[in-house]
Design a protein around this ligand. Structure first.
Ligand code: 5GP
Length: 169
């Protein structure tokens, strides 16, 4: 498989994102919400680099009803436990493709009356977008190809790769 983004490039970019978030949330204690499973490695590196007081939680979703990605119906499998009312929330996602998942998550969390909600997304496949989503923090823009590694899977494999590859059978 061909490496698309190396370990060192990821590391530098995650550091820069954390720095930007630190500056933007000065004096606040944001709540980072990771979307399982794909975001686990990114989340871990991001909050270690963030380095200041914060809280974290995770959500898990499943998509049904369509053979193609982004065409299914989204269902919540695991909810957050933290009360996010009047809190600054940062949703941490591995990748944004059609935008369907992110849109669902934002609408779902907004019902809990947070002070603010923003997205931190490692990979953005802008060419695949079907639903408009406003993403404040983006790691890398990538071509519309299936990628694995650094948390991202293909049938549950390759999540443990420390870099991102374009998937080849
Ligand atoms: P969306 O709802 O934006 O179409 O899709 C988002 C979800 O689809 C991601 O959280 C991820 O689980 C999955 N996904 C989209 N593109 C890729 C990809 O290239 N590789 C992997 N492993 N998952 C992807």
């Amino acid at each position: 498989m061909k490496v698309l983004i190396s370990k060192s490039k990821i590391s530098l970019r995650v550091k820069a994102l954390a720095k930007q978030i630190r500056a933007d949330y000065k004096g606040e204690v944001p709540v980072f919400i990771g979307i399982l499973k794909g975001s686990f490695m990114f989340m871990s590196d991001l909050i270690r680099n963030y380095g200041l007081d914060c809280e974290l939680d995770f959500m898990a979703l499943a998509s049904y009803g369509g053979s193609k990605r982004g065409s299914g119906i989204i269902r919540l499998i695991k909810d957050i436990n933290i009360n996010i009312r009047k809190r600054h929330v940062l949703i941490v996602e591995d990748i944004i493709d059609t935008g369907t998942t992110s849109n669902y998550i934002r609408e779902y969390l907004i019902l809990r009356s947070p002070k603010s909600v923003e997205f931190v997304v490692l990979l953005d496949k802008a060419d695949a977008r079907k639903v408009d989503v406003d993403i404040k923090y983006i790691g890398f823009e990538i071509p519309n190809k299936y990628v694995v590694g650094y948390g991202l899977d293909c049938a549950e494999k390759y999540r443990n790769l420390p870099y991102i590859c374009v998937y080849e059978d």
